[in-house]
Write a protein that binds this ligand. Sequence first.
Ligand code: BTN
Length: 258
Amino acid sequence: MNIDNIQLIANTVIDMCDSTSDLARRLGESGFPHGTWVSARTQEKGRGRQGRSWISPRGGLFLSIVLRPERRDRMTWFPLAIAVGVVRALDRVFPDNGARIKWPNDIWIGNGKLAGILCEATGTAQGSFIIAGIGMNGTEAPEDLDPPAVALSVTDGSAQAVADLVRPVVVEEVLRALTELEVSGTGPLTRFYRTRSVFTPGTPIQWGEGNKKRTGSVIGLGGSGELIVRLKDGSEFPLYAEDVSVRPSEGGPSLKRR
Ligand code: BTN
């Protein structure tokens, strides 16, 4: 997609692109301010965390926001703050939705993933900025994913209408959560996280791949937003960006499609 006039995509929903986060990067590089966003009805090369792709069928929310926070020292908390903003937005639009945060920043409803967040730091000679890319399934979830994807159980309105309803509230609540982090510190975010976290204290979890798989049980968040776990030998161990899942053999939630 060739964008000759960058102004045209700022704070706009476009029909299609490779990745809204690429467009947001161009907005940031062109000097657009904190809070500038771009969204698309579908993406052809949506990206997820850990180099994965993000399937982006029409009806979902695909949104990237340029962030220029002042408190860089709280940067490790941004992914969690953004997740808190997304859950608060869902609460405003769909009360009693039961959405929870799966550390570090997946949004789950029931036993499946509703939304994911990709934070990318970038910069130019004029300064660095962050792109928060948020992908949320609409009224239909992509099939055959692990963990399984879930959709918003909304029967009134078209899928597009649902994404249009959620988008402005997500932008508002994400920006509000980041301001809260800057002004009030990590306390309010941490308290909210505790009430809406998949990984409550004591949850048996696993991380790592193949024969490097490790296990532990959740203690809680550390001072940088990392997940502190207790290992079998009783010691504490911090996780920073790993993909963590509930150990199925120990009574964790079964992964069923809703
Ligand atoms: C994850 O792996 O859970 C993060 C998924 C992030 C997907 C969103 S969709 C909008 C933005 N554009 C992208 O290419 N990725 C993010």
